[in-house]
Design a protein around this ligand. Sequence first.
Ligand SMILES: C[S@@+](CC[C@H](N)C(=O)[O-])C[C@H]1O[C@@H](n2cnc3c(N)ncnc32)[C@H](O)[C@@H]1O
Length: 276
Amino acid sequence: MSEGADYGQAEIMAGDAMVDILETQIAAIWPLERDLFGRYDAARVAESLVLDLGCGTGAATERLRELYPKALLRGVDLVEASLERARERCVQSPPQTEFTQGDAYALPYDDDVFSLVVCRHVLQAVDEPTRVVDEALRVLRPGGQFHFLVEDYGLIHFHPAPGVDLDRFWRDGPMRAAERTGGDLRQGRKAATLFLERGCSEVRVDYMPLDTTRDREGLRAVWRNWRTGYEAFVLEHGDLEPAFATACWDAMQAVFDAPEGHACWLIPVVSGRKGT
Ligand SMILES: C[S@@+](CC[C@H](N)C(=O)[O-])C[C@H]1O[C@@H](n2cnc3c(N)ncnc32)[C@H](O)[C@@H]1O
């Protein structure tokens, strides 16, 4: 989401459809992601300062509060309306949780202060992901840890999908639309390199398999809200013919409806430490 964008991802990020998308995403993903947080120092060290960068409506911040009851949590996001929702849902836990309006390209925090920076579903949606990574590392203390969930739409598969080319759908639809509005839906595969290039240590990628054999209804709900939120956006900014796009969305829906159908969204989480 580029700061100057007046249409496109900026509009989607601030819309009501995004609220539903974020809720269904975290409901399905958190059972797979939660255990990853146990390995960070913030799980053991009281008063660790933890940042949720691009916190949106606070869906993850609220859950981090439960995992790290002794931590001092900070959430930052560009969109004030999302922060209002975040404050409402975390109202039970002041003063340890604070939400601030701010830009991931110029975070409103001093250097070297956070023990852990969490950043979920953001890096693929910005036009300069390197600036977000540089800012995250600037505010992390030396030896501090990061947890970046970064989407990659090349890691989504549906079977069977007779008569439609879903590879083309993803490439000429969502990926192309993101390119034109300030995003890179292949960012998931690139994120580990960004941290390795910056001298980070213990860099590893964990792939969370959100699939129909584990949680058919959770993934179906994500898809329903993606279609509601993104269908018009993808048509407007991508290179798909409307009839082809509709056939592809319908084919994916049919995979959820058929008991033998299988769909998988493989979601990378890149973690590691600042410095050696
Ligand atoms: C897909 S949402 C993810 C929200 C949250 N991290 C979650 O997991 O539910 C992406 C968020 O990044 C925020 N965002 C995008 N560009 C930003 C920027 N330059 N600075 C701060 N936040 C930004 C959006 O406003 C949006 O809330």
